[in-house]
Design a protein around this ligand. Structure first.
Ligand code: NAP
Length: 346
């Protein structure tokens, strides 16, 4: 297959860098431009970026001159790792000019014609693209990084049983706050029990993700979620402690089978970034752990463990997912691969 040119908006940020790392030698895509703020535009990428990843900047990109985020880039797809304060207008401007934007920012997630996409969970929602007002362009959004891990864990349960309520307490990694993020003096020897806007996103986004596509609109799912979010001194990988109540309580073995047998469109289509198994269930009670399991299956799998009875809800368990791979750049690249496989991009 002839490779498809792509650009990265917000290429100097932490999500932008992850895009660059994951797109190196990608079988479908190659990077033609890197764009960032006016502060960085016009300068060589390697001279401006504060590169924080352990692999080197790809040689061909280090010398690349950074563009402004203006819709004159030589590509069809733009991956956006833009700061939310500026993403709205810039992404819309690209869509209006025939680019397909795959965004990590929160700004367009609840536009009624924009898919909030997790390819393993709601691949059918890409049909919303045809209802958008942008002509040849469009916008697709990636959910919040904690929502993605939670929604993938809930998907086989949502399909096989009736979920009544979910309570989730997150322990979220520092990289989720971007770079430089939280000050070291705030987080060493500490846990911060507040992440601005995060609880609202986790409580609301699954209602759209699990919603039904009907007559070009999403009917939101009735799923009650309560979330409490904490920032912890882990570099990558969000851990989530979940309690769940069903309308009719299933057997523990049936829940584990639903997770272990779960496979979806990206696996059937054999998409390059798809994890072989979207969910790994661990029987060892000490697992999952961020340092040990965040990179499982290219950082795209969700790890689950400690399923047990709950004295208030029906069951409780732990989830782990990589926030900048599955929860951001890797998830967005998987969305683009799905669009190629479904022939939305030729
Ligand atoms: P970040 O490290 O702060 O990077 C922000 C990027 O936006 C930089 O490239 C910056 O370019 C660019 N930018 C800022 N102001 C701009 C302007 N006026 N015009 C054009 N570009 C501008 O943030 P991040 O952590 O990568 O997050 C990026 C987005 O992804 C956010 O919307 C965030 O909520 C979302 N997200 C992050 C994660 C995560 O785990 N980090 C997960 C999911 C979603 P300069 O360097 O030139 O200033």
């Amino acid at each position: 297959m002839k490779k498809i040119p792509v650009s990265i908006l917000g290429a100097t940020g932490s999500v932008g860098q992850k895009f660059i790392q994951l797109l190196e030698n990608h079988p479908y895509f190659y990077i033609t431009s890197l764009a960032a703020s006016d502060r960085s535009a016009g300068k060589k990428y390697g001279e401006v970026v504060n590169w924080i990843l352990p692999t080197p900047i790809p040689d061909n990109l280090s010398e690349m001159i950074i563009d402004k985020c203006e819709p004159n880039l030589n590509c069809k797809i733009v991956f956006s790792g833009l700061d939310s304060s500026v993403a709205g207008e810039i992404e819309e401007n690209f869509a209006k000019n025939n680019y397909l934007v795959i965004s990590n920012s929160k700004i367009h997630r609840f536009d009624s014609d924009v898919p909030l996409l997790i390819p393993e969970v709601n691949a059918d929602h890409i049909e919303l693209l045809s209802t958008q007002k942008f002509g040849g362009g469009g916008i697709i959004t990636n959910p919040n990084c904690s929502t993605i891990g939670l929604a993938i864990a809930l998907k086989p349960l949502f399909d096989n049983f009736e979920i009544e309520a979910v309570n989730v307490v997150t322990l979220q990694a520092l990289s989720g706050a971007g770079y430089p993020g939280v000050s070291s003096l705030d987080i060493i020897d500490n846990v911060i029990p507040y992440i601005s806007g995060e609880e609202e996103k986790i409580e609301l986004e699954p209602k759209k993700i699990f919603g039904k596509l009907k007559n070009g609109r999403i009917e939101f799912a009735e799923i009650k979620i309560s979330a409490q979010c904490n920032r912890v001194a882990v570099i990558d990988g969000h851990l989530e402690s979940v309690q769940i109540k069903f309308r009719t309580k299933p057997e523990i073995g049936d829940i584990i089978s639903a997770w272990e047998n779960f496979s979806s469109s990206p696996q059937k289509l054999n998409l390059p970034s798809a994890p072989i198994k979207p969910i790994h269930y661990f029987y060892d009670e000490r697992f999952p752990q961020p340092r040990l399991h965040r990179n499982l299956d290219k950082g795209m799998a969700v790890s689950i463990g400690r399923l047990r009875e709950c004295s208030i809800f029906d069951y409780k368990f732990s989830i782990l997912s990589h926030n900048t791979i599955r929860g951001a750049a890797g998830g967005a690249i998987l969305c683009a691969e799905l669009l190629v496989a479904k022939e939305y991009i030729r």
